[in-house]
Ligand binder design. Structure first.
Ligand SMILES: Nc1nc2c(c(=O)[nH]1)N[C@H]1C(S)=C(S)[C@@H](COP(=O)(O)OP(=O)(O)OC[C@H]3O[C@@H](n4cnc5c(=O)[nH]c(N)nc54)[C@H](O)[C@@H]3O)O[C@H]1N2
Ligand SMILES: Nc1nc2c(c(=O)[nH]1)N[C@H]1C(S)=C(S)[C@@H](COP(=O)(O)OP(=O)(O)OC[C@H]3O[C@@H](n4cnc5c(=O)[nH]c(N)nc54)[C@H](O)[C@@H]3O)O[C@H]1N2
Ligand code: SF4
Ligand SMILES: [Mo]
Length: 815
C-alpha cells in the first residue's frame, strides 16, 4: 500500500464512535435514515480550508436498485471525504426529495483508495484461482486479447465468445455493465462478428419468466407511495429496508405512506427482516419455497367462505373456474378444482394440509385469509428472494393469485402481487449495434456451456435463437462482475470447471479490485472507478420521483487504470474497426451527443452545462402514484394485456404446451396453473436426514452483492454472520458469536453464528456476497454462501436457485 493510501485508510478505522454507533444498524432506522456518517464528522476535524477544496458531483452506480449522487470533496487531487445530495427536501410527498446515499456510497473513498485496487494490466502465471499474476503493459494485454479472439473466432466462430453477467456499474451510461447488449464490449464485438448472448438475470429470472405468463411481459406492481391508499399491506419476502435502503428512498415511501393510511402490514418471510423490524403488525415465518402452499390454503378459505371476487375473476381472468377455462384444457384443470381437490392430484388444499408444509399453524392461515379477503384495498407485494429458488417461477405466479382472488388488481391501494414499480425518465443510451450472433443461453448456464455447450438444446436447456448450441464457450469477457466465482452457484464446481484452461481458453476480467473472479482471469485489465471519469447515471428506484445524475470526473485516473471506453476503443483500433467504434468521439463527446439526443425526447430538460453543474436532475411521475394494470382494469377490451388471450392467465395454454414439450429432470415441474410444488432440496426432501437445515440467503446492508465487501468500516458496522434460531443452536451446542461450520456435499463455509429468534427454526440464513476466502482445503472462512448453493437450474427460466439449499451446521472446533 502506498503511503498516501495508508494515511487515508487507517485513521478513520479507529476513530472513536464509529464502530459503536454504526453497529446499532440492526435497527433499520439507523441504516436508512439520513445517516450522517460518523466519519463525515470525524473527517471534519481534519477538513481543510474551503478554498483548497473543490466539490465534484459523482455517483454510486452499483446494482442495489438505487443510484445515489455523491459529492466528492477533493483536495490536491485526492478525495478527502464524501457527502450526499444537498438538494431537495426530507418529505416524500414532495417531488423534490433528497436522494441520500447510504453508508456504502458514503464510503466510496475507501473503494477508490482500497488496497485491493488493480493498478496495471496483469497476466496469469499460476493456476486459475491461485491469484498469481505478472504485470504486463497495456500493449501486451491488448495483443494477448486480440490474438486469442482471432484464434477462437477462426476455430469456433463468434458463438464461442461470451459476455458474462456483471452489474458492478449498472447505473452508468458509457460504463453500463449489463445487460450484455448495452455494454461497450457488445459494441466492440458486434463490429467484429458478435458474441453469445444471455437472457435472464440473477435477480429476477424466475419471476420475470413466471409472471410473464400470467400478465404478459414484465409484471409491475403499484408504487410504494400508493400504499397511502391501502388498508392492508401484505409483503412476501420483500425487504426494502435493506434492498432499497437509500437513494430514491423506496423504504421511506413505504413507511410514510403507511403512516398516512395507517394500514396494517403483514410480513411473510422465514427471517424477521429489517423492513418488519418493529413496524410490521404481524410477522408470519414461512419455510422457504412453500409460499404457494400458503396461497393455496388461503384460496381454500376464501372459496369456502365466499370471500372470492367472482365477478373480477370472470371478467378479467382465464382459468379460475371451468367457466373461463380454455377449450384445450382438460376437465377439472381449473384453479378452483385444484384448490378443492377435484383436479389431477385429488388433494383438497385445506389449511390443515398447508400447515405442515409451510410451518404456519392452520388457525393463522385461516385468520390471515379472512383478513386479506375482507380488507380492501389490499396491497400485495413480493420481493425477489422467494423466486431465487428452484421452484421460483411457479411460486411467483402463485402469489399473484392472492391479488386476483381478491380483485385487488389495477386499483389504488391494491396491487398485482408483483414487486413495487416506479417511473423512469427516458434517456438515450449508448448505441451498441446489432449482434450478428442470434443465440442466447440463460445467464445461469454459462458453466454448463463451457463443459457441454454442443449438447445444450432449446427444449432441455432453454437455448434461444437456435435449436442447440454449436460450440462451447471458449472466451469470456467479464466486465464489472463477480459471477465468475463469488456470485455464481456452487463455487467448488465452477472452480473445477475453470481449472481446465483448454476448455474455456481465455477469461478477461475488467474490474477495479482483485476480486475472487479476478483471481480466475487469464488477463486482468484495471478499470477506472466512477470517480475517475464522467458519465450519466440513472435508473434509481424512486417511486414517483425519477432522476438522473451527472457524475463528473473528481480525480485523475489512479495508477495505470483506463476507462472502459478507452479500452474498447484501443482494442477496436487493433481489430481494424477503430473509427466505426468511436465515430470520432471521445467519452465526453459521446456524453454530449447522447444528451443532445435525449433533449430531443424532452426539450424541457436543462442543458448539458447546467446538468454538469447541478449534478442531479429530478422529475416526477405525471400520473402521481403508479397503479399497475390500471388501464386494463378500467377497460379490458380496449386495453388488453400482452398475454395470448389478452386477459390475466391463471391457466396458461402456452405453459401447458411447454410442459408437454420440454425435457425436464425428475422432480422439476412446469405447470399451466400456479400450483404448489416442492424442490429437491426443500423441507420434505429425503436429503434432510443428512442435511436437516434449509439455508436461505438475503441481500445484505453491508454490501451490494460483493461490491463494498472489502471496505473495513462497513464490515465492522454490519458483520457477516449466519442467522440461526436458538432452538437449532442449542441442539448443536452453539452460542451467539461462536465460530461454526456450515456444510453440505458441495462445500464448507466458516463464519460466526448469530443466534436469534429473528430466524425461524429449521432454517438458517447467510447474507449473500461475502468475499470468498478459501483455505488450501477449499473451506471458505468468510461466510461466502455460494460455496453451498446449487447449479440445478429452475425448470422454466433456467434461473439460479440460490435460496434452495440444505445444510448442516456444527461448532467449528468439533471434529
Ligand atoms: N447465493 C446468492 N448468490 C447471488 C444472489 C443471491 O441472492 N444469493 N444474488 C444474485 C443477484 S440478484 C445478482 S444481481 C448477482 C450480482 O452479481 P454481480 O453483478 O457479479 O455483482 P457484484 O458482486 O456486486 O460484482 C460487481 C463487480 O463489479 C466491480 N465493479 C464495481 N464498480 C466497477 C467499475 O466502475 N468498473 C468495473 N470494471 N468494475 C466495477 C466490483 O468490484 C465487483 O467485482 O449476484 C447473484 N448471486
Ligand atoms: N443492501 C443491498 N441492497 C440490495 C442488494 C444488495 O446486495 N445489498 N442487491 C440488489 C439486487 S441486485 C437485487 S436483485 C435486490 C434483491 O431483492 P430481493 O431478492 O427481494 O432480496 P432478498 O434479500 O434476496 O430477498 C428478500 C427477502 O426474501 C426472503 N425470502 C427468502 N426465501 C423466501 C421464501 O421462500 N419465502 C418468503 N416469503 N420469503 C423468502 C429473505 O429472507 C429476504 O428477507 O436487492 C437489491 N438491493
Ligand atoms: S449502495 Fe445504493 S443506496 Fe447506497 S449509495 Fe450506492 S446507490 Fe445509493
Ligand atoms: Mo440482482
Amino acid at each position: 500500500m502506498n503511503n498516501k493510501l495508508k494515511q487515508l485508510l487507517t485513521p478513520s478505522l479507529t476513530r472513536r464512535g464509529f464502530i459503536k454507533s454504526s453497529s446499532a444498524i440492526g435497527g433499520l432506522a439507523a441504516a436508512t435514515s439520513a445517516i450522517s456518517l460518523p466519519f463525515k464528522s470525524a473527517q471534519a476535524e481534519t477538513k481543510p480550508q474551503a478554498n483548497d477544496e473543490k466539490v465534484v458531483w459523482s455517483a454510486c452506480t452499483v446494482n442495489c436498485g438505487s443510484r445515489c449522487p455523491l459529492r466528492m470533496h477533493v483536495v490536491d487531487g485526492e478525495i478527502k471525504w464524501v457527502d450526499a445530495d444537498n438538494t431537495g427536501k426530507d418529505d416524500y410527498a414532495n417531488k423534490d426529495v433528497q436522494v441520500r446515499a447510504c453508508l456504502r456510497g458514503r464510503s466510496m473513498r475507501r473503494r477508490v483508495y482500497n488496497p485491493d485496487r488493480l493498478k496495471y494490466p496483469m497476466k496469469r502465471v499460476g493456476k486459475r484461482g491461485e491469484g498469481k499474476f505478472k504485470r504486463i503493459s497495456w500493449d501486451e494485454a491488448y495483443t494477448e486479447i486480440v490474438n486469442s479472439l482471432d484464434h477462437i473466432k477462426k476455430q469456433y466462430g463468434n458463438e464461442a465468445i461470451y459476455l458474462n453477467y456483471g452489474t458492478g456499474t449498472l447505473g452508468g451510461t458509457v460504463t453500463k455493465s449489463w445487460p450484455p447488449g448495452s455494454t461497450l464490449i457488445a459494441r466492440l464485438m458486434n463490429l467484429t462478428g458478435g458474441y453469445l448472448n444471455h437472457y435472464g438475470d440473477y435477480s429476477t429470472a424466475q419471476i420475470a419468466k413466471g409472471l410473464s405468463y400470467t400478465y404478459g411481459g414484465w409484471a409491475n406492481g403499484n408504487s410504494f407511495s400508493d400504499t397511502e391508499n391501502s388498508k392492508l399491506i401484505v409483503q412476501f419476502g420483500n425487504n426494502p429496508a435493506e434492498t432499497r435502503m437509500s437513494g430514491g428512498g423506496l423504504i421511506h415511501h413505504l413507511i410514510e405512506s403507511k403512516e398516512k393510511s395507517n394500514a396494517r402490514m403483514i410480513m411473510i418471510d422465514p427471517r424477521y427482516n429489517d423492513t418488519a423490524a418493529g413496524r410490521e403488525d404481524q410477522w408470519i415465518p414461512i419455510k422457504p419455497g412453500t409460499d404457494a402452499a400458503l396461497i393455496a390454503a388461503m384460496a381454500h378459505v376464501m372459496i369456502k367462505e365466499d370471500l372470492v371476487d367472482q365477478e373480477f375473476l370472470d371478467t378479467y381472468c382465464i382459468g379460475y373456474d371451468e367457466k373461463t377455462l380454455p377449450a384445450s384444457a382438460p376437465a377439472n384443470s381449473d384453479y378452483k378444482s385444484y384448490i378443492l381437490g377435484l383436479g389431477e392430484d385429488g388433494i383438497e388444499k385445506t389449511p390443515e394440509w398447508a400447515a405442515p408444509i409451510t410451518g404456519i399453524p392452520a388457525d393463522i392461515i385461516i385468520k390471515t385469509a379472512r383478513e386479506i379477503g375482507s380488507t380492501k384495498p389490499c396491497a400485495i407485494y413480493q420481493g425477489w428472494g422467494l423466486q431465487r429458488t428452484q421452484n421460483g417461477e411457479i411460486a411467483s405466479r402463485a402469489i399473484a393469485m392472492l391479488a386476483l382472488l381478491t380483485g385487488n388488481l389495477g386499483i389504488h391501494g391494491g396491487g398485482s402481487g408483483a414487486r413495487e414499480s416506479d417511473y423512469n425518465i427516458p434517456f438515450v443510451r449508448f448505441p451498441t449495434l446489432e449482434n450478428p450472433v442470434k443465440t442466447a443461453i440463460s445467464m445461469f448456464l454459462w458453466t454448463d456451456a463451457i463443459v457441454r455447450g454442443p449438447e445444450m438444446t432449446a427444449t432441455r436447456d432453454g437455448v434461444r435463437g437456435k435449436d442447440k448450441l454449436d460450440v462451447p464457450i471458449k472466451f469470456i469477457w467479464n466486465y464489472a462482475g463477480n459471477c465468475v466465482i463469488n456470485q455464481h452457484s456452487d463455487i467448488n464446481r465452477t472452480h473445477d470447471i475453470l481449472q481446465d484452461d483448454k476448455a474455456c481458453e481465455m477469461i478477461v476480467v475488467i474490474d477495479n479490485h482483485m476480486t475472487s473472479s479476478a483471481k480466475y482471469a487469464d488477463i486482468i485489465l484495471p478499470d477506472l472507478t466512477t470517480s475517475e471519469q464522467a458519465d450519466f447515471c440513472m435508473d434509481g428506484k424512486a417511486a414517483n420521483m425519477p432522476y438522473f445524475i451527472f457524475a463528473d470526473k473528481a480525480i485523475e485516473p489512479q495508477f495505470e487504470a483506463r476507462s472502459i471506453y478507452q479500452i474498447c476503443s484501443d482494442l477496436a483500433e487493433r481489430m481494424g474497426v477503430g473509427p466505426a467504434f468511436t465515430e470520432g468521439r471521445d467519452q465526453e463527446g459521446w456524453l454530449r451527443h447522447l444528451y443532445a439526443e435525449t433533449l430531443k425526447l424532452d426539450p424541457t430538460m436543462p442543458d448539458f452545462e447546467t446538468v454538469r453543474q447541478q449534478g442531479i436532475v429530478k422529475r416526477s411521475d405525471p400520473n402521481g402514484h403508479y397503479v399497475a394494470y390500471q388501464a386494463f382494469r378500467a377497460d379490458p377490451v380496449n386495453n388488453p394485456l400482452n398475454t395470448p388471450s389478452g386477459k390475466v392467465e391463471i391457466y396458461s395454454e402456452e405453459l401447458a404446451r411447454i410442459a408437454a414439450e420440454w425435457e425436464l429432470p425428475e422432480g422439476d415441474v412446469i405447470h399451466p396453473l400456479p400450483i404448489y410444488v416442492s424442490t429437491s432440496e426443500g423441507w420434505d426432501s429425503p436429503l434432510r436426514d443428512k442435511y436437516p437445515l434449509q439455508l436461505t440467503g438475503f441481500h445484505f446492508k453491508a454490501r451490494c452483492h460483493s461490491t463494498y465487501g472489502n471496505v473495513d468500516v462497513l464490515k465492522q458496522a454490519a458483520q457477516q454472520e449466519m442467522w440461526i434460531n436458538p432452538v437449532d443452536a442449542e441442539r448443536r451446542g452453539i452460542k451467539n458469536g461462536d465460530r461454526i461450520k456450515i456444510f453440505n456435499d458441495r462445500g464448507e463455509v466458516r463464519i460466526n453464528a448469530k443466534v436469534t429468534p429473528r430466524m425461524m427454526p429449521g432454517v438458517v440464513a447467510l447474507g449473500e456476497g461475502a468475499w470468498y476466502a478459501p483455505d488450501g482445503n477449499k473451506v471458505d472462512h468468510n461466510g461466502s454462501i455460494n460455496v453451498l448453493t446449487s447449479q440445478h437450474p429452475s425448470p422454466l427460466a433456467k434461473g439460479n436457485p440460490q435460496h434452495t439449499n440444505l445444510v448442516e451446521v456444527q461448532l467449528a472446533n468439533k471434529a
